[in-house]
Design a protein. Sequence first.
Length: 274
Amino acid sequence: MTEKNLGNIGGLALVGAGKMGGAMLEGWLALGLDPRRVSIFDPKPAPEIQALTAKGIVLNPASGEAGKPAVVVLAVKPQIAPDAMPSVVPLVGSDTLVISIMAGKTMKFLEAALPNAAIVRAMPNTPAAIGRGIAVLVPNARVTAAQRQAATDLLSATGKIEWVDDEGLIDAVTAVSGSGPAYVFHLAEALAQAGIAAGLPKELAEKLARETVSGAGELLYRSPLDPATLRKNVTSPAGTTAAALEILMGPGGFDTLMTKAVAAAAKRSKELAG
């Protein structure tokens, strides 16, 4: 994504600048989004968000000062969305595109709160901060071709995107890629703890786990091979990896746990719809 693409984006209002909203904003600014076009609405902004005012970003402008930006990004926690939506209404004009990254909050909820608005519901993930995220987007019927392109420009600036027409997929998307980075980070935690249990010094175990997980992820990213083939390429018959995989791939192992974990996350996403 080039600076020119982001330069085509008019004013942008970010409602909620927590972990995900902040990660996306970090990616946008790194790729040339003019901070003077950005307004942030967050009652308890983190110090790093407050520091962005030095670059020209407006933090918590008074009512009416933000005008009607071209894009409003909703990144508040879904639990507080019903209380936050009334303050969003004045920001949305007839040509405003609303992009919601709130887990669980359906198009039905968004359209009830913002009647006649062009809305894209999106589920990104935190690697967006380094341009390696992935987001799945679904539009409502009011989104124009130009607005669809604006959403593409913004979300693809922070990683890969996929458009879908079936909103029913978003709960599963949330469970796989939205929450997925936490699963990978926990894998690194667990691998380090297992190394310590096997006798490694803590610092060495943590370094080995971090580099192994990140290196394997980069290999997966660059390789044309599918994950199963990459796994098999590491596994010699009757070798050490095979011994470990008998545990991980056995009854009650990693496959079973991951299936249960994703199902639990998808269930929670549905519950957040209210």
